[in-house]
Design a protein around this ligand. Structure first.
Ligand code: FAD
Length: 388
C-alpha cells in the first residue's frame, strides 16, 4: 500500500513515520526546499510523548529536555495564581518536556527513509476516487491508496475537500517566540497580566524558550519587536525584563494566531485524510497543537493498519476517533486564551478570584481539564494493556 503525505511539519513527518512503521510505502511532499522548524521551542505534553513512544522515539525526546512542571501561573507582580510541581505531574498525567523544534523535527525525519522526502515540491491539487487518490504537483501527477494532507492551518487540501467550510479565523491574539542563552534554572510557567502574557520554559544547555502573547489587530507589526516586548513587559517580575534584555529583534518570531473555530464535518473524504493544523488549528494556549498532530498520526496509522481494511472505512474510524477530541481541545484552548489575555479590570479580578477558589474545590476542575487532554493514551498502548 502506498501513501502520499503533503507537508513536512511535525504532523506530516509523524504521519509518514507511523504509516511507514505499518509497512506502507510513503512519499512526503514539502514545498520548502528544506524541512523547517519554525517556532523556537515546543512543549511536548505527556499525551504526545506517549504518541512518540508508539513511533519508538519517546525516550529520545524525553532526553532532550529538562523535565517541566516546577512552576505555575503568576501575576505580573510575581504573586502565584496557581502552582504546579514535577511530583504532581508525575503522579497524575506524566511529566511534559520542552525541546527545540529543530531537534524534534530531526528525530522525526530520522524515522523516514531519505528517499521518502520530496523537498521543494508544491502540491497544487488533491483528488480521490473509488480506486485511488491523486495529487497534482509542480512535478506532475502522483497516485496512491491514501493521501494525508498535513499542510498546516492554511491547508489547500482542506479547502479542496470542504469548500463550504469558512476556514481559519483570526483569534484576536498575536504571539512572539524566541530562545535566549541564560541559565536554565528558572521556574517554568506563565505570567498573566492585563491583555498580555509571558511564558518561560527552560531548555537543555543553558537556554530558555520564551514566548509572549497579546490582544492585537491582525497584521500589526513593530519596527523593533524586541524593543516593543521590552516596553510591554517593563516592570513585570524577574526574570522577565532580564530575559528580554538578552534578545535582539532578529531573534524574535512574531505570528498572528489563527484557529479553526468552526469544526470540520469530517477529517477525511474518500481516500484523503486531514491531519494536524490542517484539521484542527487551535490557539497555542494549551500547548497542544503539535501534540494533537502527533496523536493524529498514530491514530491514523492504527486505523489504516497494514492496509488490510478498506481505506475509506479506516478513515471514517479515524474521523470518529479524532474529531470529537480535537473539537473539544480547540474550544478549550480558545477559552484559555480568553482567560489568560483578559484585560478589563473586572475580568482580571474575576480570574484571580476564580483561580484561588478553584484550588480550594475538591478534585480541582482545572486539573481535570489537563488530565482529559494530557492523560490520553494511544490506541496501540490501550490494546497492549487490554491484551496484557
Ligand atoms: P505545519 O507545521 O504548519 O506544517 C505544514 C507543512 O506543510 C509546512 O512545512 C508547509 O511548508 C507544508 N505545505 C503547506 N502547503 C503545502 C503544499 N501545497 N505543498 C507542499 N507542502 C505544503 N503546539 C504544541 O504542541 N506545543 C506547543 O508548545 C506549541 N506552541 C505554540 C506556540 C505558538 C506561538 C504557536 C503559533 C503554535 C504553537 N503550537 C504548539 C502549535 C504547533 O506549532 C502546530 O500545531 C504544529 O506545528 C502543526 O503542525 P502541522 O504539521 O500540522 O503543520
Amino acid at each position: 500500500m502506498r501513501a502520499i503525505v503533503i507537508g513536512g511539519g511535525i504532523g506530516g513527518l509523524a504521519a509518514g513515520a507511523a504509516l511507514g512503521a505499518q509497512g506502507w510505502s510513503v512519499t512526503l511532499y514539502e514545498r520548502a526546499p528544506a524541512l523547517q522548524a519554525v517556532g523556537a521551542g515546543i512543549s511536548v505534553a505527556p499525551n504526545a510523548l506517549r504518541a512518540l513512544d508508539v513511533l519508538g522515539v519517546g525516550d529520545a525526546v524525553r532526553e532532550l529536555g529538562p523535565v517541566q512542571g516546577e512552576g505555575g501561573v503568576r501575576r505580573a507582580d510575581g504573586r502565584w495564581l496557581a502552582r504546579s510541581s514535577v511530583e504532581q505531574y508525575a503522579a497524575t498525567i506524566g511529566v511534559p518536556v520542552v525541546v527545540r523544534r529543530s531537534d524534534l523535527v530531526e528525530i522525526l525525519r530520522g524515522l523516514l527513509p531519505a528517499d521518502a522526502l520530496r523537498l521543494g515540491v508544491i502540491v497544487r491539487d488533491v483528488r480521490s476516487d473509488a480506486a485511488t487518490a491523486t495529487v497534482v504537483t509542480d512535478a506532475g501527477t502522483d497516485e496512491a491508496d491514501l493521501v494525508v494532507c498535513a499542510d498546516g492551518v492554511n491547508s489547500a487540501g482542506r479547502a479542496r475537500l470542504f469548500p463550504a467550510h469558512p476556514g481559519p479565523r483570526y483569534s484576536g491574539s498575536t504571539a512572539w517566540r524566541f530562545v535566549v542563552d541564560a541559565p536554565a534554572d528558572y521556574l517554568s510557567g506563565e505570567t498573566w497580566g492585563r491583555g498580555r502574557l509571558f511564558g518561560i520554559q527552560p531548555l537543555a544547555g543553558d537556554a530558555v524558550y520564551c514566548y509572549a502573547a497579546a490582544r492585537a489587530p491582525a497584521g500589526e507589526h513593530a519596527d523593533d519587536e524586541a524593543g516593543h516586548l521590552a516596553e510591554a513587559f517593563r516592570g513585570w517580575h524577574d526574570p522577565i525584563p532580564a530575559l528580554l534584555d538578552r534578545v535582539t529583534d532578529a531573534e524574535v518570531l512574531r505570528n498572528d494566531v489563527y484557529e479553526l473555530r468552526e469544526p470540520l464535518p469530517a477529517f477525511h473524504r474518500g481516500r484523503v485524510a486531514l491531519l494536524g493544523d490542517a484539521a484542527h488549528a487551535m490557539t497555542p494556549n494549551l500547548g497542544q497543537g503539535g501534540c494533537q498532530a502527533l496523536e493524529d498520526a498514530v491514530v491514523l496509522a492504527h486505523h489504516v493498519g497494514d492496509g488490510g481494511r478498506p481505506v475509506e472505512e479506516a478513515l471514517a474510524a479515524y474521523t470518529a476517533d479524532r474529531l470529537p477530541r480535537t473539537r473539544a481541545i480547540v474550544r478549550e484552548s480558545h477559552r484559555m486564551m480568553v482567560m489568560s489575555l483578559a484585560s478589563a479590570a473586572p475580568a482580571v479580578a474575576a480570574r484571580t478570584f476564580a483561580m484561588a477558589a478553584v484550588r480550594l474545590l475538591p478534585g480541582d476542575p482545572t486539573a481535570r481539564v489537563f488530565f482529559r487532554t494530557a492523560g490520553w493514551r494511544p490506541p496501540q498502548q490501550e490494546r497492549a494493556a487490554t491484551a496484557g
